[in-house]
Design a protein around this ligand. Structure first.
Ligand code: ZN
Length: 501
């Protein structure tokens, strides 16, 4: 077994190198590449992704995986080797169903669609993006048909981001959650004036915001020897190796939370990647369990920690030293309330914790309708605005603040959005368990110490890499399946107290 396993790992290391090289090009495209580099970059990315795919689906890998499956079954389910074979066999069987030409085509179309989206958003002109989105949707329908599904076509797409989670499962979680959130939004709407967030819209010098963010994330545990931060239109995290993780942020002079919480959010993702084990690096088990698991880490640091009262007890005096004029009339408590203002808004990434879920449900429902043929791409802006009106009571004044705001559809990432809300739920489920295990965590956060929480997350979540599904991880770490009960209780308690509802 040992020799065959070593051979398999060597072969997967090549795949990993190709994928990580493609990630470097993708990162560069979103950060430093000059605009006219786009078409050459599209070809380079398509070539690398096709090569990675071909290397991964090589028949030799399939034979090795089959040979190893029997002996792996003798070992514990959670051992590194058994997990590698189990997880990779599933990846392999799926990838084998997809023709390399389709992978290449999806990459090429996505690269060009990204550039088109960029222009379309800048000009708030959906027509510029529409033909690209039509191609992306058509290619994802093809992909889903190659991958196969038993119940809903969307299952095949969702599975790419949240392995083994089905559309029906997500709908079963979202339906009761939607009722709770809508009820809470309505209650809070009657007390909209209870929180004044005007302070967040004063003028804050961008470089000073950047510097403050760096100070915060260093203290949380972001290691600039192993990671770096740059600027991009849409913040993201990507990882080239265990010791080379990248995050990006965007700065807004007149909206303080954009960079501040965006930076903490991406740091949560980065800490997950940085918390992996060297033994799993350069193998298919490197990285996070799923996108939902990944998002649990970013949302935990951004919201459960970053928007907590304790966090601002420590950081507010430092922020006021940084921006004395802008914050002269504020206290830690008033600032805590300001960053937790609940108000329907257009932009998902800037949405508050309560309304955020509705932004996700809107996208999840629209994607389902697109791939099931119930919605045409040309009708996306209208459908988007109708749902915004229904769920949040507001209509975006233009498509830049509506259906063009997110980068995902430009990449053809249909099936992705649900993971954001699953992650937000899991963040609370994890934090509840962490504080039961280590009750001192909240007091430490109020002293600006984050080591106990980060250590707990490394030990219970990060160390496993991609070994488990989100639900397996939830059961293993918290003793119960992924659930929304903790999340609803958290929202009701926190915002019930702030708004007295
Ligand atoms: Zn995220």
């Amino acid at each position: 077994m040992k020799e065959k396993l070593e051979e398999l790992k060597k072969r997967f290391a090549v795949v990993n190198d190709l994928q990580r090289a493609a990630a470097v090009l993708g990162w560069d495209q979103q950060t430093y590449m000059p605009p006219r580099g786009a078409s050459a970059r599209a070809e380079q990315l398509a070539t690398l992704q096709k090569l990675a795919h071909e290397h991964f689906i090589a028949d030799e890998n399939g034979a090795l995986l089959n040979d190893l499956a029997a002996s792996a079954a003798q070992l514990p389910y959670d051992s590194d080797d058994t997990s590698l074979i189990r997880v990779t066999k599933r990846d392999y069987d799926q990838a084998k169903r997809v023709p390399p030409a389709l992978v290449e085509e999806m990459a090429r179309v996505a690269s060009l669609a990204f550039e088109a989206w960029h222009h379309a958003r800048a000009e708030s002109n959906f027509k510029l993006f529409q033909p690209h989105l039509e191609k992306n949707v058509a290619l994802r329908i093809q992909l889903a048909n190659y991958l196969g599904y038993t119940d809903r076509i969307y299952d095949a797409l969702l599975d790419q981001y949240e392995p083994q989670m089905t559309t029906a499962q997500v709908e079963a979680i979202f339906a009761p959650l939607k009722k709770e959130i809508v009820a809470l939004v309505r209650k809070i709407a009657h007390k909209a004036d209870a929180v004044d967030a005007a302070v967040l819209h004063r003028e804050y010098a961008e470089q000073t915001q950047w510097d403050f963010g760096v100070q915060v994330i260093k203290r949380i545990g972001f290691d600039f020897e192993r990671a770096r931060q740059d600027k991009s239109a849409h913040p993201f995290t990507t990882s080239f190796a265990l010791d080379d993780v990248r995050i990006t942020t965007r700065l807004s002079k007149n909206f303080l939370p954009s960079a501040l919480f965006g930076t903490i959010h991406e740091t949560g993702h980065a800490l997950y990647d940085l918390g992996g084990r060297a033994e799993l690096d350069r193998t298919p088990l490197a990285g996070g369990a799923s996108l939902g698991a990944h998002e649990s880490q970013s949302r935990l640091w951004e919201n459960v920690v970053g928007r907590s009262r304790g966090f601002w007890q420590f950081w507010f005096p430092r922020l006021r030293e940084t921006f004395p004029a802008q914050l002269a009339d504020q206290t830690a408590e008033s600032f805590y309330r300001a960053v937790n203002k609940i108000a329907p808004s257009f932009i998902r990434v800037e949405a508050d914790e309560v309304t955020y879920g509705l932004h996700i449900m809107l996208r999840f429902e629209m994607e389902n309708a697109l791939v099931e043929g119930r919605l045409q791409v040309a009708d996306v802006p209208e459908a988007w605005n109708a749902k915004m009106k229904e769920y949040l009571g507001i209509v975006p004044p233009d498509d830049a603040r509506g259906c063009l705001q997110d980068v995902h559809w430009s990449y053809g990432d249909l099936g992705y959005f649900a993971t954001y809300l699953l992650g937000s739920m899991f963040a609370v489920q994890l934090y509840d368990k962490a504080t039961r295990d280590v009750p001192a965590i909240p007091e430490q956060i109020a002293r600006g110490e984050f080591g106990a929480l980060l250590g707990w997350l490394r030990q219970n979540v990060h160390t496993h890499g991609r070994k488990f599904t989100l639900d397996e991880l939830a059961r293993r770490v918290t003793g119960e399946p992924l659930q929304s009960r903790s999340y609803v209780a958290y929202l009701k308690k926190k915002f019930g107290e702030i708004y007295q509802v």
